[in-house]
Write a protein that binds this ligand. Structure first.
Ligand code: AMP
Ligand code: MN
Ligand code: MN
Length: 309
């Protein structure tokens, strides 16, 4: 499909992460090299977050409203459902074909073709398979994009199979500098991050009886807590809360608007948070999932508490 198309749009999920953008830009670079007309985009936010601007191929990105209405092939990467494309979901209507490349267990197979494998550590792993099959050389530029999704979605290779490390070795051999790729994505924050962490972590709650007695640790990040900081600072909080030994489940309630919240959940082993997220209108993976909720902080916390059991 990629070979046959003369025009291709590659779309990431809303608020894209390194796996979505890395997958999209790797495909975009390969398509551009093949002489194919290609646009890469996502519905929101308006611009790429600062950490992701470190990835090569950013010149292929176009604003959401500039995405062509008619195209030979639309590729959706790292999207579990059509809804995750946000306002750009209508672009599937003017596409001859839609190819979904994804690794979410909750994937709805919304494409006319679907490459979905929930055993893949990241969508970039699947994109690498596609590029290999297509005969595209994975050089340092493409490897940078693919490694970005791999290192972030495995939490720095904490969740990895032997093949995961073999793939990382291949990307390093192709010429990437793993420290230089990871630092802007995962280990760079402004000084104000420390103050925000100290405020929000100081209010953390441990609810030992939640999740059938396995425990829930949660933190509320209000808009005011993160004022002047990037989304990257707020996104970093859940990984800290997930280290708490007394809780199987960690949750961070991130205030988007007065009564709108984006919730990130993490589990250690025996609670499937993708089921909880799906029940609340979101999705994700067994041990990392999320959803959007409406109400006061107290209301959205109570709803999660009830759904977790
Ligand atoms: P996050 O907590 O934002 O890192 O997201 C963890 C996982 O949950 C990712 O795989 C996301 O794709 C998924 N996820 C987060 N928020 C949503 C949402 N509102 N709808 C569907 N999936 C989500
Ligand atoms: Mn993602
Ligand atoms: Mn992913």
């Amino acid at each position: 499909m990629l070979q046959a198309a003369e025009s291709v749009t590659v779309l990431c999920h809303m608020n894209p992460d390194a796996d979505a953008v890395g997958s999209a830009l790797a495909l975009g670079i390969a398509l551009q090299r093949a002489g194919t007309s290609v646009q890469v985009s996502f519905a929101s936010p308006a611009a790429l977050t600062e950490s992701l601007a470190s990835l090569p191929g950013g010149e292929l990105l176009v604003a959401a409203k500039q995405v062509a209405r008619e195209v030979d092939l639309l590729v959706a990467v790292d999207c579990g459902s059509l809804g995750r494309l946000g306002a750009l979901r209508d672009r599937t209507e003017g596409a001859q074909q839609t190819l979904a490349i994804d690794h979410h267990a909750s994937n709805t197979h919304f494409g006319t073709a679907n490459l979905v494998d929930c055993s893949a550590e990241s969508t970039t792993v699947l994109v690498c398979d596609v590029l290999d099959e297509w005969g595209v050389q994975v050089d340092a530029t493409i490897a940078h994009c693919l490694y970005a999704g791999l290192v972030t979605d495995t939490s720095s290779f904490r969740r990895a199979r032997p093949q995961t490390h073999e793939l990382a070795a291949r990307f390093i051999a192709a010429g990437i500098d793993p420290v230089a790729v990871s630092r802007p994505l995962m280990y760079t924050h402004p000084f104000g991050w420390l103050g925000m962490l100290s405020a929000v972590l100081g209010r953390a709650v441990l609810d030992r009886s939640a999740a059938g007695g396995r425990g829930l640790a949660y933190v509320v990040v209000r808009s005011g807590d993160a004022a002047g900081l990037r989304p990257e600072e707020t996104e970093s909080v859940v990984d800290l809360v997930a280290t708490i030994s007394e809780a199987e489940v960690a949750a961070v309630f991130k205030q988007i608007d007065e009564t709108v919240w984006s919730i990130s959940m993490r589990a250690k082993s025996d609670v499937d948070v993708s089921v909880v997220a799906s029940a609340l209108g979101g999705g994700g993976h067994r041990l990392a999932a999320g959803y959007t909720a409406h109400g006061t902080a107290e209301e959205v916390i109570a709803t999660l508490r009830t759904t977790l059991g």
